[in-house]
Design a protein around this ligand. Structure first.
Ligand SMILES: [Zn+2]
Ligand SMILES: [Zn+2]
Ligand SMILES: [Zn+2]
Ligand SMILES: [Zn+2]
Ligand SMILES: [Zn+2]
Ligand SMILES: [Zn+2]
Length: 242
């Protein structure tokens, strides 16, 4: 009887132990995950993976880690720009074949010196031009007209019988007038007395009327007119002396 009890007790203990062991292996439990760690390194072309393991069993979780950004180097010129066409800059990823490009604006024109294409005059603007040394582009700009080259037109003194002129000024290149000359009519003889001598030029002009400076000899009733004019002349002389 005592022996049977021992066997039963041992069996119970054995069963109990088996039950305990089986409970620790198979019974569902709440996983206790540790920290995420990188299990597969991402690159710039492929995703990587992160993983965390349960501290109580072999269970684990994974999640993707996005690809790394490309590791671009410095920009360098891949196509030289000219003054007519854009160039190109490029930079390459140091870890894969990816690259980026961007346009580089055209170069400015390389203009040479200005040279005159149309000479200016005193009436018209001239033109000068400069050409690009690398293409057919060119620029033009106006040249200011030259100043006039004025010369004096000398005065011509008026006489009793010939016309005169005042002093003028004109451009000897284009003829433009700065100061116009005025024509002065002949003065006409200034008869002083009955001797018929002109007081200005000394010419003997006896045949002319001292009053109106005309020759009345050929006129109808010229003698009568001349008589009256001589009378008027004397009267005027009297008043001038008076
Ligand atoms: Zn677990
Ligand atoms: Zn890359
Ligand atoms: Zn050019
Ligand atoms: Zn001129
Ligand atoms: Zn005169
Ligand atoms: Zn007269």
């Amino acid at each position: 009887m005592k022996r049977a009890c021992c066997v039963l007790l041992s069996l119970w203990l054995l069963l109990g132990c088996c039950g305990f062991v089986s409970a620790s292996d198979d019974e569902p439990h709440t996983h206790i995950y540790g920290d995420w760690y990188t299990s597969v390194d991402p690159t710039c072309t492929a995703e990587g993976e992160e993983r965390r393991d349960c501290e109580g069993c072999d269970a684990f979780e994974t999640r993707p880690v996005g690809p790394l950004p490309h590791a671009y180097g410095d920009w360098y010129t891949s196509v030289d720009p000219t003054c007519t066409d854009e160039g190109e800059e490029r930079r390459d990823c140091e870890n894969c074949t990816a690259f980026q490009t961007r346009p580089v604006g055209p170069l400015p024109h390389a203009y040479g010196d200005w040279h005159t294409t149309v000479e200016p005059t005193c009436t018209d603007e001239g033109e000068e031009r400069r050409d690009c040394e690398n293409c057919t582009a060119f620029e033009t700009r106006e040249l200011n007209p030259l100043p006039h080259s004025f010369v004096i037109d000398p005065a011509v003194p008026v006489t009793c019988t010939t016309a005169g002129k005042t002093q003028g000024e004109h451009c000897e290149l284009c003829g433009a007038t700065k100061t116009a000359q005025t024509t002065l009519k002949p003065l006409g003889h200034a008869v002083l007395d009955e001797n018929g001598d002109c007081v200005l030029c000394g010419a003997h002009v006896k045949d002319l009327c001292p009053y109106c400076h005309k020759d009345h000899s050929q006129e109808l009733f010229g003698g009568l007119t001349a008589w009256f004019h001589r009378l008027f002349y004397r009267v005027r002389l009297l008043f001038q002396k008076g």
